[in-house]
Design a binder for this molecule. Structure first.
Ligand SMILES: O=C(O)CCC(=O)C(=O)O
Ligand SMILES: [Fe+2]
Length: 366
């Protein structure tokens, strides 16, 4: 029987507590979004007013040829300005990208009770978590999104506990992407004039999450967001999006004749992957690389999937601006902290732009 949602509590319980998700609610047929999903006017996304970021994807295969230096330059410039870029010839097989989107659609296409077994507190493994929105208990307006998050520990653990519908492709995606992430990270660290040994890099990307996001169709896309304004917490994020579009990035500086504060859409490009800088890389680089503020709109007629890999430091890792960079800059813009503290702070607040970085700001720069 269709739930009535006469009051907000029953809606919240149905979607969040009982694990039906936004999709469970939409599948009953909704003529308008419940009040809890209506964003304040300043957070709504004006689709018509955004321009596309039409830079072509950076061809990573050229790193092995005569254009090596130019590609390094393109990567560093993108990380210093927008904090977002797309890549092609990235080493992740193009057929795998298709299988990943199918796997995500298959997972979310299951009946709610099949997904709800991975809810927080009942999931058979702490590394797998199915949920909805970001931190529903803290949010003034909920996000129109369901997700499954898979934290990597070992292949054996992943094969035992990650959902059947997606474990093989998700593991292969992780394996092939991580090689590329290391390469890009080494380039970016190298451009700072720093070399880090392999074990330090291992620590900086020691925690890896493969998420699958599902954005159901929405009767009022103009009132809602799929994901609210936020930056990612870690080092680099790799993102596969399908062909629907709707990922927007805020420009921190004026660029190519576009104004500071404007939102640029990162358009879907077949075969390409999106890469973006996270808070931790901004901190390590003492502010040179930009962890970009981004958000996702919803759509009326077709659902959307996206599949990010978050590379994040080990919780025990000590993080702060790299000493060589601080020495050169003459100022440390961020303080030192243990990464677990940053993570706890990140997950205990609703999305609020780049506010997550305040946790690491140096109040009295040396
Ligand atoms: O769906 C997208 O395109 C982006 C999702 C995102 O920003 C995130 O999961 O952190
Ligand atoms: Fe994000």
């Amino acid at each position: 029987m269709a739930p009535s949602f006469l009051d907000g509590n029953s809606m919240f319980n149905f979607v969040v507590r009982d694990g039906n998700g936004v999709k469970g609610m939409v599948d009953f047929g909704l003529s308008e979004v419940p009040e809890q999903y209506v964003q304040p006017p300043e957070e709504r996304i004006d689709k018509l007013n955004a321009t596309a970021h039409d830079n072509p994807p950076i061809d990573l295969s050229k790193l092995d040829g005569p254009d090596h230096d130019q590609i390094v330059e393109e990567i560093a410039t993108a990380a210093e300005t927008l904090g977002f870029f797309q890549v092609m010839n990235h080493g992740v097989p193009v057929e795998l990208l298709e299988s990943l989107k199918d796997a995500a659609n298959n997972f979310f296409g299951q009946p709610p009770e099949k997904k709800a077994v991975y809810r927080k507190g009942v999931s058979p493994s702490p590394s797998v978590r199915y949920g909805t929105s970001f931190v529903p208990d803290k949010e003034k307006a909920l996000e129109w999104k369901d997700y499954i998050s898979m934290r990597y520990t070992t292949d054996a653990e992943a094969l035992e506990y990650w959902p059947q519908e997606c474990k093989d492709v998700a593991l292969e995606y992780l394996r092939t992407s991580i090689k590329m992430v290391r390469k890009v990270l080494e380039i970016l660290i190298g451009k700072l004039g720093v070399t880090l040994d392999d074990s330090k890099i291992d620590g900086l990307i020691g925690l890896k999450l493969v998420n699958m996001n599902f954005y159901p169709t929405c009767p009022n896309p103009e009132l809602t967001v799929g994901v609210g304004r936020h930056s990612d917490m870690g080092i680099l994020t790799v993102l596969l999006q399908d062909d629907i579009g709707g990922l927007y990035v805020k420009m921190e500086e004026e660029m190519d004749g576009k104004r500071k504060g404007d939102w640029l859409e990162i358009p879907p490009v077949p075969g390409a992957l999106v890469i973006n800088v996270g808070d931790t890389l901004q901190i390590l680089s003492n502010g040179r690389y930009k962890s970009a503020e981004h958000r996702v709109r919803t759509t009326r007629t077709k659902s959307r999937v996206s599949i990010p890999i978050f590379t994040i430091p080990k919780p025990t890792e000590r993080i702060g601006p790299l000493p060589q960079v601080v020495e050169r800059d003459g100022v440390a813009r961020y303080r030192e902290f243990i990464f677990e503290e940053y993570m706890n702070n990140f997950f205990s607040n609703a999305h609020d732009g780049k506010k997550s970085l305040d946790f690491a700001k140096n109040i009295w720069p040396a």
